[in-house]
Write a protein that binds this ligand. Sequence first.
Ligand SMILES: [Zn+2]
Ligand SMILES: [Zn+2]
Ligand SMILES: [Zn+2]
Length: 159
Amino acid sequence: MKTPSKTLTVLPDETPENSSAEQLIDALRTKGFRITKIRQAMIEALVVASQPISAPELLEQVAYKHPSVNKTTIYRELDFLADNKILSEIDILDGMKRYELLHPDHHHHHLVCTSCKDIQCVEVPHHDLHALEGKIQQTHNFTVQSHVLEFFGLCRKCS
Ligand SMILES: [Zn+2]
Ligand SMILES: [Zn+2]
Ligand SMILES: [Zn+2]
């Protein structure tokens, strides 16, 4: 078994203090949004998910409590939560977006297994990347505001 690289920090499974379901729901209420049962169930499902999940997976979770929910509602709610910076979308290039709660204090990247589609959230050191962004700024006269960087490969189980 390979030892994990010391420079990659795998984010803990437990949700950070500042993004418990209750606190997220409170934050939305403060902004004046109505919290429907479905909206609440989706946030709860995202909080307990151990990794980014797809819309069908979310639908399944929510339907467990609210059997009448449909796909259209789920997608509409996903848009709403993304617009309000509650969740972020991850494109792992298999035609199915995955979703996770946005962690404002934990800018991170993903290790995506191309075989079993397992997704690990990792924090990677950014010195090199910041240097690269500086270079892009200089040579292309382009102001970099953000970046998306996912790594594709095989997980421990699949390699
Ligand atoms: Zn980054
Ligand atoms: Zn795998
Ligand atoms: Zn993540």
